[in-house]
Design a protein around this ligand. Structure first.
Ligand SMILES: [Zn+2]
Length: 274
């Protein structure tokens, strides 16, 4: 009985969405449409549903690293950060991608992908946690849903949510995997993800300076190994400004003693890398 009611509610909600989409498509002014781009009108259930379908498509295009010790480590590090985040009412999934580019990305609904190349590049656990915390920050800020709304409009997104445009979802999945195109968030969103990440790390007992250190090493690697870091750099412009912002934010945090930056487990993981 309870399930049925939930189902009816969901259907009504989707119908409402479709109506909003239709109205927007038909006659709303572009000014109103612009005001709506930073508003997320979708429920957590809708985001999770879309995220799951999106993840299914993306995951057919990726190769995953299967070492259970490495995958468990990344999942635990991710879940630890999530448990100190501002959005804990959805499930998060962390997966290790068998790719050597220094990169990680998140899609709506709590799906976070960490490349093997990122784990290899990270000098300390705090650096690795910094990038993962930043991606969690994008999920917390619901940046993926906002970005999709901005890029495709409410009408197209409502169609996706209703499962009426599987072709477009497939196309989006290809874009994410090949160029990270969808994941080029606004500077505002990047700033918010960094801010949330700094708070998550501090609260979890992981030194947030690791994130700023990572950015600095990323900048110097851009000169030495541009192809390895270009995807992360191109989807995350303004690195200098981000370093300054993170360092300023850290100064405002209360003093705390953090975990050692290189844990025994981190060293073990580094040695296990293929
Ligand atoms: Zn980002």
């Amino acid at each position: 009985m309870k399930l049925n009611r939930q189902r009816v509610f969901q259907i009504c909600h989707f119908q409402l969405l479709a109506w909003i989409a239709l109205l927007l498509g038909l006659g709303c002014s572009s000014q109103l449409a612009r005001q709506l781009v930073n508003v997320n009108i979708f429920s957590d259930e809708e985001e999770v549903k879309l995220g799951r379908e999106f993840a299914d498509k993306i995951e057919t295009k990726l190769q995953f690293h299967t070492d259970p010790i490495i995958t468990a480590y990344i999942n635990e590090l991710g879940q630890r950060l999530v448990s100190h985040s501002k959005r804990q009412n959805i499930n998060y999934h962390f997966k290790v991608v068998n790719a050597e580019e220094v990169n990680a990305f998140a899609i709506p609904g709590g799906y976070v992908y960490v490349n093997l190349g990122l784990i290899r590049f990270a000098d300390t656990e705090a650096e690795l946690a910094g990038v993962i915390a930043h991606e969690v920050g994008h999920v917390v800020g619901k940046h993926g849903m906002k970005q999709l709304t901005k890029q495709y409009g409410l009408a197209a997104l409502a169609q996706l949510l209703l499962g009426k445009d599987p072709g477009r979802l497939e196309e989006l999945a290809t874009q994410v995997v090949t160029s990270g195109f969808l994941l080029k968030y606004s500077r505002e969103a990047e700033r918010e993800a960094d801010l949330l990440a700094t708070e998550e790390m501090h609260s979890a007992g992981i030194n947030p300076a690791g994130m700023a250190n990572f950015f600095e090493r990323l900048l110097s690697a851009e000169k030495r190994q541009p192809t390895k870091v270009e995807q992360l750099i191109s989807t995350h412009p303004g690195t200098r400004e981000r370093i300054t912002n993170v360092r300023q934010q850290i100064q405002q945090l209360p003093t705390k003693s953090y975990d050692p930056e290189i844990s025994t487990r981190f060293q073990l993981i580094k040695r296990r890398l293929p």
